[in-house]
Design a binder for this molecule. Structure first.
Ligand code: AMP
Length: 227
């Protein structure tokens, strides 16, 4: 900790927020700027599904109905990822933790390595806006970048700006599944927000602003905290 209250050491961050809050878009920017790996639990699970691993097969039945994959499976998947060498200088977790049990497991793992979470950034978006946003979302099959035809369209319809990959609508972005995911969020993940608020490391960011506006707010929060 420096005299002005900022911290140094590995940059371990979590990005919290409901489905459709824009976590993925902002996470990619933070990861690039601070050179830490962006680890999205949903992307890892989708990759397991694509490779038809035992974890992918189990996860599929939960994901398709908007439920959470059991804690023990997700926790060990994330801990394995955290132990890879590219996470030695920090990690940006997106979509994890989603339950208080996951948050506690994360603290324990970081503590065992003499590390601690620097910040939990919370992207706040009113729930009315979320269903609409998720329903208009298209995802790149190869790099998982997301677009929204209203607020953030790709330059060429149907193709990713970054790698030209095909854009598709995720099965769990269907409106009825999104409603379920929001319910689960309120029940299981809002307590995680309170968990970090109680620890004094929660920073709330207005996620209703445009992408640049949100990115600017996040940048200010990070600058104020991190050396
Ligand atoms: P996401 O891409 O983050 O919206 O995640 C898609 C789906 O993957 C979720 O609806 C859950 O079924 C599952 N999932 C992702 N992250 C987690 C997590 N931390 N805990 C449990 N399930 C998760």
């Amino acid at each position: 900790m420096t005299p002005d209250g900022r911290t140094s050491g590995p940059l371990d961050l979590v990005l919290l927020g409901p489905v459709g809050a824009g976590k993925g878009t902002q996470a990619r920017r933070i990861a690039e700027r601070y050179r830490v790996p962006h680890v999205a639990s949903g992307d890892l699970l989708r990759s397991h599904r694509a490779h038809n691993t035992p974890l992918g097969q189990t996860a599929a039945e939960y994901m398709d109905r908007g439920a959470l994959v059991p804690d023990d499976l997700v926790i060990s998947m994330i801990i394995d990822r955290m132990r890879q060498p590219d996470a030695n200088h920090g990690i940006l977790l997106d979509g994890f933790p989603r339950t208080v049990a996951q948050a506690r497991a994360l603290d324990k793992e970081l503590e065992a390595e003499g590390r601690s979470l620097k910040l939990a950034l919370y992207l706040e978006v009113p729930f009315e806006v979320l269903v609409e946003r998720a329903a208009g979302r298209w995802t790149c099959r190869t790099c998982q970048a997301t677009y929204n035809y209203r607020v953030n369209p790709p330059r060429k319809p149907g193709l990713c700006d970054i790698d030209g990959g095909e854009l598709y609508q995720r099965e769990d972005d269907r409106p009825e599944v999104v409603s379920e995911r929001i319910k689960v969020y309120l029940r299981d993940t809002v307590p995680v927000v309170d968990y970090y608020r109680d620890r004094g490391i929660l920073r709330e960011v207005d996620g209703t602003r445009d992408i640049e506006g949100v990115a600017g707010d996040i940048q200010r929060q990070l600058k104020a905290t991190v050396c």
